[in-house]
Design a protein around this ligand. Structure first.
Ligand code: AHR
Length: 502
């Protein structure tokens, strides 16, 4: 079948914020221990971090990294994770029923971030702790000198402050599973008090208040309204979290997951702007989509839970989904959805980074490899720049049980007027038909170089594994041609494609 794209380069949606290419490292499973950190590994650096993993994280092009949780943060005492390693206490992590050695903490993680070129996005514990502990942590990380916390940091080896800019005020506080879960009203008051206190220290901090842990929560949207009514002028972002999976063999609906993400984003924007109007505020609050991915959560729920606190393991294999070609196509379309609202989604974190629902996998003592989902993330991060521009799609529709009639093609375009670079990100959701896509490029001036990379496979369930780590890779899409201001490309069924024009 055929499809056509048209653009409005003169009416950009908003600038692409690099923070949209963030990720997330939680003390969970083998994300940290036996993931980024494995002192005995042949590639380990002097700090015990795996260099092969660092190289992959750099290649992935990750901006800010959210840390240290997740559900983990709601039981975390940050003080345990600083100071001489030999004196750090081991603790139980109630969220994931694991043992936490605290051998990797704030200083080690910040050093690792410097080595991969990413920024720290820190979450404070508003589950079992409160404003004072958040202030202690802020003083420890951001005050140059002149208080006990700054002296302590310097004594622990870091004279210069960490100068953390982005702070999450708790995690998923609407979720009954969360340690310290509370009502929107109670959380809103605590978050507002903490935000105001942190801003007394530094009014330029960027603060993220917890939105709903998913759009399907019964309290969704009322939660946002109430929390924002307490916090609106004291914060910059409200979080969104969303995970998608193929359910009951319904690949057609799963491939349309970005329809749900679009609606989620639109309804949170509407709620933010409702509170803004009600408050007669000039302040703009945006979205930090700080947990998003494909996650086979229903598989996790059927796995036997770790019981018996006497025997909780260190770094168990938890949430280690192996991602298929179809999963990568969905990840590509979720990135399209985030970029489509570049004006309001100005921060996002792929959850997570290594081993735990992650684009990068490791084997202790062995190799590190790229999951299928690595490719759309790395290439979108590499190519998206300048402004997101309106991209109109003329194409066939198909029926889904979850979302009704859905366009076969999903697409977004970025245009960097400074460099003349145009990037078009495309998904073909059809399970049967290739699509011949054409689009007008005359508006973008002279095109000297044009290239396309595509992820697709005859087996949409093909995955990369320890035994076969390069089973699925990206390939150049040689069908791309352009002449007289029109470009044409073939998009195979169930595929993700990035086109770069310069
Ligand atoms: O990313 C895994 C978990 O998903 C996080 O700990 C939590 O915030 C969410 O429910």
């Amino acid at each position: 079948t055929a499809a056509r794209l048209t653009f409005d380069p003169q009416l950009p949606v908003g600038a692409v914020n690099r923070r949209v290419f963030g990720s997330f490292v939680e003390h969970l499973g083998r994300s940290v221990y036996d993931g980024i950190y494995e002192p005995g590994h042949p590639s380990a650096d002097a700090e015990g971090f795996r260099s092969d993993v660092k190289a992959l994280v750099s290649e992935l092009g990750v901006s800010a990294i959210r840390y240290p949780g997740g559900n983990f943060v709601s039981g975390f005492r940050w003080e345990d994770s600083v100071g001489p390693r030999s004196q750090r206490p081991a603790r139980l992590d109630l969220a994931w029923h694991s043992a936490e050695s605290n051998q990797v903490g704030l200083h080690e993680f910040a050093t690792w971030l410097d080595s991969v070129g990413s920024e720290l996005m820190l979450a404070v514990n508003l589950g079992t702790r409160g404003t004072l502990e958040a202030l202690d942590l802020l003083e420890y990380t951001n005050l140059r000198s002149g208080s006990a916390r700054a002296v302590e940091r310097a004594a622990n080896g870091r004279t210069e402050p960490f100068d953390v800019r982005m702070w999450c005020l708790g995690n998923e506080m609407d979720g009954p599973w969360q340690l310290g879960h509370r009502s929107a009203d109670d959380y809103g008051k605590l978050a507002a008090q903490t935000a105001r206190a942190m801003r007394m220290f530094d009014p330029t901090l960027e603060l993220v208040v917890c939105g709903s842990s998913s759009r399907s929560m019964p309290t969704f949207s009322d939660w946002e309204r109430v929390v924002l009514s307490h916090t609106y002028d004291d914060i910059d972002y409200i979080s969104c979290h969303a995970y998608y999976e193929e359910k009951d063999g319904d690949l057609a609906s799963f491939l349309a997951s970005s329809v749900d993400m679009d609606e989620f984003i639109e309804s949170v924007i509407a709620t933010i702007d409702h509170v803004k109007a009600a408050k007669r505020s000039d302040h703009v609050v945006n979205i930090s989509f700080d947990e998003w991915n494909v996650w086979y959560n229903t598989r996790f729920e059927t796995v036997d839970k770790i019981t018996g606190a006497q025997n909780w393991p260190t770094a168990p294999r938890l949430l280690e989904d192996a991602y298929s070609v179809a999963d990568a196509v969905v990840v590509g379309s979720l990135l399209i959805s985030l970029l489509r609202r570049s004006d309001r989604v100005t921060s996002a974190s792929l959850a997570q980074l290594v081993n735990v629902i992650a684009p990068i996998m490791t084997e202790p003592g062995g190799i590190a490899w790229k999951q299928t989902t690595f490719f759309p993330f790395a290439v979108t991060s590499e190519l998206a720049s300048g402004q997101s521009i309106p991209t109109h799609i003329e194409c066939d529709l198909y029926e889904t049980d979850a979302y009704g009639s859905v366009p076969v093609i999903d697409a977004v375009t970025t245009f960097d007027a400074a460099t003349g670079s145009v990037s078009v990100f495309l998904v073909n959701r059809s399970q049967t038909d290739p699509v011949t896509l054409s689009f007008d490029i005359a508006d973008f001036g002279t095109v000297l170089e044009a290239s396309a990379r595509t992820l697709s496979d005859d087996d949409v369930y093909a995955v990369n594994t320890l035994e076969d780590p390069e089973r699925v890779t990206l390939r150049q899409n040689e069908t791309l041609v352009h002449s007289e201001g029109v470009a044409v490309v073939e998009l195979p069924p169930v595929s993700w494609t990035a086109i770069s024009l310069r």
